[in-house]
Design a protein around this ligand. Structure first.
Ligand code: GLA
Length: 723
């Protein structure tokens, strides 16, 4: 980047993919004047900043203090500051001013400083040329001689227009992640935060704000996401002076960030996107960004996502070569391409992993279960033409383990205080170089000595206490996890990694900068999964969302679903199986083989096309989504009936994303489910390969009458352009 001079109109602009940002630098601190649909490149911006200037109101300080990229406390701004800190009780009131800026190729760097509080701040902004996704991070430096304590530093503080009054956020719990919640903003703050030390099931670190009534295909929306796998804090604030802002950053513990002289603190990246075409437009930007820009695919590009068989719900901890080899035979026979051996293969001198009470940290093969090691199974899996994957949980230490006996201080702890276990385990203190090295060696040896293509990297408890011998380390522990994965990936670049944390408790762009898949949820109940996956797909593309056909009944809910519904549900993601194939009859195996074949047939469309949700005018209990090829030549839609339909005949469904100028052959891509009333000539024809032909204009605007469905069933539609 080069030192830049101020443009004549005093405004810096970033433009990409239908989005424009205008940043005014006429004030003390740069301010985001506009973030929205693209403005013509030729438009004159003269006077924009002046026109935006706000009057001084009654009973206020006599100089207006508007929102900026770094709102600060103490000199007339009364909202949430972007930076909160102090030095020996002083320097909490700041006046950090722009010193210089640099601009090049969609990037802006603002350098700011305060000569009294002795702080420097760098704000880096990037607008991605391909997707229009904005990313920002902020760095604070202590220029003083005494330590500076930071309590809060927003990765991004973005002013939004007043019309962004409604919020969509994602919340949940174990086995029920990514539930959508909508609220309207009022004066004051809407806060979501996480203190669990991992991204959490409870609160996804993302927030969408939009104009009143925004929906899947309409309204203006701004989506923000913190790419961080530790604690987070998000606030959407409406000030009494009419200002509106959103801030996202790390939730820091008291005393956690104390900057020594010249030391810096850099926030995680925060990501944002704008759409004037509702949520589908926002999703498209985020999905493309993650798939094409963020995920570091081995070999540089995403290969077809291999269909997975995971052993967890099939055998749990009961590992036995003959049984698992037989499972692998069935897996290969139905078309699986990657076989993942889950928890239970390891142990130490003290004990082997027969349940979840022991052995984490002792990463030796358990020779009671595997007398000849893992090689016989791996060779068998490889001979069947599948990749082999292995489960690990590197960040943990079981109290009942050789490692803990030798190094009790390697667990996160506060001296002389209780050490609460979670799932019977403690957390390994990765900020200790020796502990880090121990687990690095174990993983490196494992990968060096076995033909392993994939690690399911699990993390099964919340962090409590998040302290290294009493010192708060939320930030440092998360950075150490990242460093461990980064080092492993550098040493074994062809190995793919799944980010799992008791299901979807570590699903964020910080993890996805290192991993290739998210285990979306421990819940494999298809009825629940429909909502879980719908929420997850707000920010995460289908190619990284692990979606498995689970057993009947589902192990986490007892819910019962027919195989066809479980299959249509799992098909919209990185598909896999997580049930005991050895217990299925031939008809079921055949049905699974067929569904996998259908998934493979449409896999490139599913994983590279544009994901769309059908408009919210579907009646209650019904949910629909699809993927449309980038050239609009093909599409696949699933319409799921979750609850009993409120009417005898479900209304026609308007499909989304098609070209109005083209005609499409429409057919059912899987047999219509039991109970579906499909007795019209058109629906009967759609069950045949020739289907029916309708124009995109009709399908999009008039809609298509589909059969009324039983609850817990779905239809899968394939559309092929015929022109
Ligand atoms: C977590 C994961 C599961 C499974 C178990 C193994 O719960 O989310 O998929 O791997 O751990 O212990």
């Amino acid at each position: 980047m080069v030192n830049s001079s101020l443009p004549s109109d005093g405004i810096l602009r970033l433009d990409a993919a239908g989005t424009t940002l205008l940043i005014g630098i006429g004030g003390v601190v740069p301010s985001l004047l506009y973030w929205g649909r693209a403005l013509p490149l030729t438009a004159s911006l003269d006077g924009v900043e002046r026109a935006a200037q706000r009057p001084v109101y009654h009973n206020s300080v006599d100089e207006d203090v508007p929102l900026t990229l770094l709102p600060q406390q103490g000199l007339g701004f009364f909202g949430q500051p972007a930076l909160e800190g102090s030095r020996d009780g002083l320097d909490s009131i700041t006046d950090i001013e722009l010193v210089e800026f640099q601009q090049s190729d969609g990037r802006l760097l603002f350098k700011l400083a305060d000569e009294i509080a002795l702080l420097s701040v760098d704000i880096e902004l990037i607008l991605d040329a391909q997707t229009g996704v904005l990313s920002q991070r902020t760095t604070v430096r202590n220029d003083g001689k005494a330590p500076y304590d930071i309590a809060w530093c927003a990765a991004g503080a973005w002013a939004l227009p007043w019309r962004a009054r409604e919020v969509l956020s994602l919340e949940g719990r174990w086995s029920r992640e990514f539930q959508e919640r909508r609220v309207s903003l009022s004066l004051g703050r809407y806060v979501r935060e996480n203190r669990k030390g991992r991204t959490s099931h409870d609160t996804f670190p993302g927030i969408i704000l939009g104009t009143k009534g925004f929906g899947e295909t309409g309204g203006e929306v701004w989506g923000c996401h913190l790419g961080w796998s530790g604690n987070h804090h998000m606030v959407a604030e409406t000030l009494s002076d009419g200002g509106c802002q959103v801030q996202l950053g790390e939730q820091l513990s008291p005393g956690e960030v104390r900057l020594s002289p010249d030391e810096t603190y850099t926030t995680p990246w925060v990501y944002g996107a704008y759409s004037d075409a509702g949520l589908n437009g926002l999703t498209d930007r985020f999905h493309t960004y993650v798939r094409d820009r963020l995920v570091d695919w081995p070999g540089g590009a995403m290969k077809p996502r291999p269909v997975i068989v995971n052993t967890w719900e099939a055998v749990y901890f009961s590992h036995d070569l003959d049984r698992l080899a037989a499972l692998a035979d069935k897996a290969a026979a139905v078309g699986a391409e990657r076989f993942v051996l889950d928890d239970g293969w390891f142990g130490g001198e003290l004990s082997g992993r027969d349940d979840d009470t022991t052995s984490l940290g002792d990463w030796q093969i358990d020779h009671r279960k595997w007398p000849n090691g893992l090689h016989p199974l791996i060779d068998h899996v490889r001979d069947l033409g599948m990749e082999f994957g292995l489960w690990v949980e590197p960040e943990m230490i079981s109290p009942h383990s050789d490692l803990y006996q030798a190094h009790p201080d390697w667990a996160l702890h506060v001296p002389d205080r209780r050490r609460p276990t979670g799932r019977n385990q403690l957390v390994l203190d990765l900020t200790l170089p020796a502990a880090f090295d121990h687990v690095w060696q174990a993983l490196d040896n494992l990968l060096k000595s076995h033909d392993i293509a994939y690690l399911k990297w699990d993390m099964n408890r919340d962090l409590a206490p998040i302290a290294s011998a009493g010192v708060p380390v939320q930030s440092a522990q998360t950075s150490a996890v990242y460093a461990l994965i980064d080092r492993l990936r550098a040493a074994h670049p062809s190995v793919e990694i799944e980010s799992c944390a008791s299901g979807g408790s570590r699903a964020d762009y910080g993890a996805l900068a290192r991993a290739h898949r998210i285990w979306t949820s421990d819940c494999n109940d298809a009825h629940e999964r429909q909502r879980i996956q719908r929420g997850a797909a707000r920010f995460l593309p289908l190619c990284v969302l692990g979606c498995h056909i689970g057993p009947d009944p589902a192990h986490t809910t007892g819910g019962r679903d027919r195989l066809d519904f479980r299959a249509v549900t799992a098909l919209f993601g990185h598909m896999g199986l997580e049930l005991n194939l050895l217990e299925l009859d031939d008809d079921e195996l055949e049905e699974i083989a067929h569904v996998i074949a259908v998934h493979k047939q449409h896999r490139s469309l599913l994983h590279a096309g544009q994901y769309v949700r059908l408009e919210d005018d579907l009646e209650p209990g019904r949910m629909g989504h699809g993927v449309v090829a980038q050239d609009r030549g093909e599409a696949l839609y699933a319409l799921a009936q979750l609850d009993s339909p409120p009417m005898t005949i479900s209304p026609p469904v308007r499909l989304v994303g098609l070209s109005s100028d083209r005609s499409y052959r429409v057919r059912f891509a899987l047999p219509i489910p039991m109970g579906a009333q499909a007795n019209t000539p058109a629906l009967k024809a759609m069950a045949n390969p020739d289907g029916i032909v309708l124009s995109g204009a009709v399908l999009t605007n008039v809609g298509l009458q589909l059969p009324t469905l039983w609850p817990r069933s779905a239809v899968l539609l394939h559309l092929q352009a015929v022109d």
